[in-house]
Design a binder for this molecule. Sequence first.
Ligand code: HAM
Length: 418
Amino acid sequence: MQTIRGFRDILPEKICLWQKVEKEAKQLFEAFGFKEIRIPILEKTQLFARSIGEVTDIVEKEMYTFADRKGDKLTLRPEATASIVRSYIQHKMYATDPIRKFFMIGPMFRRERPQKGRYRQFYQIDAEIFGVESALIDSLLIFLLNELFKRLGLTGLTAHINSLGCPECRPSFQKALLKFIESKKDRLCENCIRRMDKNPLRILDCKVPDCKKALVDAPATLDHLCRGCEDHFNTVKSTLEKQKVDFIVDKSLVRGLDYYTRTAWEIQTTTLGAQSAVAGGGRYDGLVKELGGPQTPAIGFAIGFDRLVEVMEQIDKAPEPHPLDLFIVALGDEAIEKGYHWSCELNQADIRTEMDFRGKSLKALMKRANKLAARYVLIAGENELTQNAVILRNMNTKEQVSLHLETLIPELIKIFKK
Ligand code: HAM
């Protein structure tokens, strides 16, 4: 039996970098006042269709959707934002305190064509802020991402930022865009033609090379911003400059989800080939209302956890898994039984102890202790036990001491807790 295409195991040998990222991210989120939220993996299809947009790649082509036994249409979450908004509304969080900061870490599912950095089950580290309209929150989130990457020792990442405007300035942009697209119609793919009437902004996100070429000079949202959106974007930029966060204004960045308004960004790397976006985010001031809540500004981002780890693997060898403190070399049945009780007591005292229950020879057990990189070995042979003693050997210095059975555990705890 094999995993499904695009799904993979993350094996214990590889988990250290994942844990390192998770630890740094959680510490940073807590410092910035974010609270962890856990959302279901399965939601009603309608939630994603309405938030991400019916005419998007994710909803049209990539969702794992099925009917359950009652015929309800359900979908494995392709992202976290929609569910967090649903939760914010469902639990009326806006009524007790509209200002909320959440983070979540977990798997997402999109049926894309698998390749390096792109999987059908992938992981995101997601953060969302509700209830704050100020542009300072936009720069805060980009600053936070930058700080996390700095703490992880990553360089060569660039924030690409853009403004996608708001319902006030969109119509003027869409008019200009449609006029432009009309003039390039014969060079666009079928999918783009189909989207012209339904969702013209998505055409700018088409990955077909010929379409990309035809759309190089397409109008940009940035050239059609209303006064409010322009001021907002200027504040984001000047704040990031003051904070010395590097960024590039990227007029062509439109993101692949429909809910965005105003600031949108991606953190890109040059080291992952085609899958260059390590994180993406933006403002979505209309979504809470759209899904049935009160008008609430909101903004967030998601880091592609798999991709982040792949970037880190290029510069950072995974830290060694926890070294073993002690390996008990128990020779004979009596020693194995005693060793079992000692190892349980030592494990209880948070001392990493292992033993082998198979009744192997001294030579074989010493070989295993070496393989597990044990710092110490406790040798309990029949001879030693008749003298009520065992031998503790420091595998580094090769020094040996004899320890009395009666005081064995407290003695060992003293040695390891030093
Ligand atoms: P997104 O750009 O679709 O945004 O995904 C965010 C990140 O997830 C991407 O930049 C990428 O690193 C990673 N990612 C996406 N698809 C895959 C895949 N198939 N395999 C591996 N990694 C992948 C969102 O999901 C929004 N919900 C972000 C957001 C939060 N906006 C506001 N709040």
